[in-house]
Write a protein that binds this ligand. Structure first.
Ligand SMILES: CC(C)(COP(=O)(O)OP(=O)(O)OC[C@H]1O[C@@H](n2cnc3c(N)ncnc32)[C@H](O)[C@@H]1OP(=O)(O)O)[C@@H](O)C(=O)NCCC(=O)NCCS
Length: 172
């Protein structure tokens, strides 16, 4: 799997200090799922709930048919973003975003999100996120705002949205 151009929104080079981004393929799935597992382990849920729910979050080759996977890596994968490419009127869905707990607050999640937005911009007007409560501050810091009157239940109480259209007056 070759390194692809995933430039910053301002057009600067893809690589950030210490890590770079690239699209992922089937060979990356073990490393991707290691990050998913480590990241989910930090959620504020019981060990039993985490154990039972983990299989739902692991990615398989079947997922690659409709998801675009991006990874951030140093000498190893440290972060993952998964983008569901079937856009509806409200935009592309960010299916998942996971950063190794040892690598947080270093900008890895933001760079993955920006790269995902760059891809999403070609497919829809905006990006939707079913945010975990623990990730609300991260998404709000990145310009996402709550879509009102939508409640997906306890696991995903917050559906967030960010317009990817410049000067779109519907942006929150
Ligand atoms: C959410 C997540 C992807 C963020 O990744 P990250 O690489 O740590 O994020 P960044 O370093 O780019 O953070 C950017 C900004 O978001 C905000 N932010 C990020 N994590 C935060 C936290 N735990 N608490 C408060 N603000 C936070 C801060 O404003 C931060 O900027 P700062 O570090 O300069 O203060 C990561 O915490 C994670 O993998 N969580 C578990 C999986 C998950 O819940 N994913 C979201 C599913 S919807």
């Amino acid at each position: 799997m070759s390194i692809v151009s995933l430039g910053s929104p301002d057009g600067s080079a893809a690589a950030s200090p210490g890590f770079h981004l690239r699209k992922a393929g089937p060979a990356d799935l073990p490393a991707v799922n290691t990050i998913v597992e480590r990241a989910i382990a930090t959620w504020n849920s019981s060990a039993r709930v985490l154990r039972l729910s983990l299989p739902l979050y692991r990615y398989t080759e079947l997922d690659l048919a409709h998801l675009e996977l991006l990874v951030a890596e140093t000498s190893e994968v440290i972060g993952v973003a998964a983008l569901e490419m079937t856009a509806d009127d409200s935009g592309v869905l960010l299916h998942g975003l996971y950063v190794d707990p040892q690598q947080r607050r270093l900008g890895v999640g933001t760079r993955l999100l920006q790269a995902a937005e760059q891809i999403a911009r070609r497919h829809g007007r905006g990006m939707r996120v079913r945010a975990r409560p623990e990730a609300m501050a991260f998404f709000e810091a990145n310009g996402y705002r709550r879509m009102p009157q939508i409640d997906l239940g306890d696991a995903y109480p917050r559906l967030l949205w960010k317009s990817l259209v410049v000067d779109d007056s519907s942006a929150a």
